[in-house]
Design a protein around this ligand. Sequence first.
Ligand SMILES: [Zn+2]
Length: 289
Amino acid sequence: MSEQLPGVPEQLEALVARVLAPNPSPFTYTGTQVYLVGTTDLAVIDPGPDTPAHIEALFAAIAGRPVRAILITHTHRDHSPGSRPLAAATGAPIVGCAPLALSDDAIGSDASFDHDYAPDRVLREGESVGGAGWTLTAVATPGHTSNHLAFALPEGQDGAGALFTGDHVMGWSTSIVSPPDGDMAAYIASLEKLLHRADRSYYPAHGDPVENPQRLVRGMLGHRKQREGQILRLLRASPATIPDMVARMYIGIDPRLFVAAERSVLAHLIDLRDRGSVIEAREIWSITL
Ligand SMILES: [Zn+2]
């Protein structure tokens, strides 16, 4: 299924189609996948970037059917800006995650956020929107961003539910957790939360559908434990800066991902500091024990 063409809708099951946006990158894999849920009326999940060819492709996929809601998992720029032209043209409400609670000062320098996101309705944990034969219910999954939501579709094929996981669980890579908005402890808690659910499959914003999702989530939790163990071992050997640690932890990394790796290590260090295991002075981290 990875031979997707941007803009060409692909039906994944009776109620779910996806449209790939033309924004591939080292951070988005093949691009952002927009999901259309429903048959006679629709929800559009994460409409993606506001670029003319992509928005035109979305309209073609919608094919005149009424759009009941435009749902947003989180407000990174590759997910939410397309909500505005779509809402303007269809009259559908923008519902989903809250605008970011952090002040613009804290995240203002971070160009990855969509600061113009303006939902008509914020969905809280357990709240739903619905249409003909479908319901989408918010599952709060903070961590990748503080406002991240997943959406559960109980009316999936075989009577088993699907979960639209946004960037919380992706089909090709682990999520980036970038402080101050990204929070490693929250991210890990949100992964553990998914282990207690019985979803049949995940539809991530990037990468192919995930069957047997519990196994993937367990693997992701194991990966984070491993990274944490690596950091503690490095710091036990000697205090270090974050770039030092990244150079030793991510051998052979794509240089374009170096900064993202630094953010991820920082997220682990903040979590470890909050638990009393490490301290920082003048950008040098060391172990407390
Ligand atoms: Zn994101």
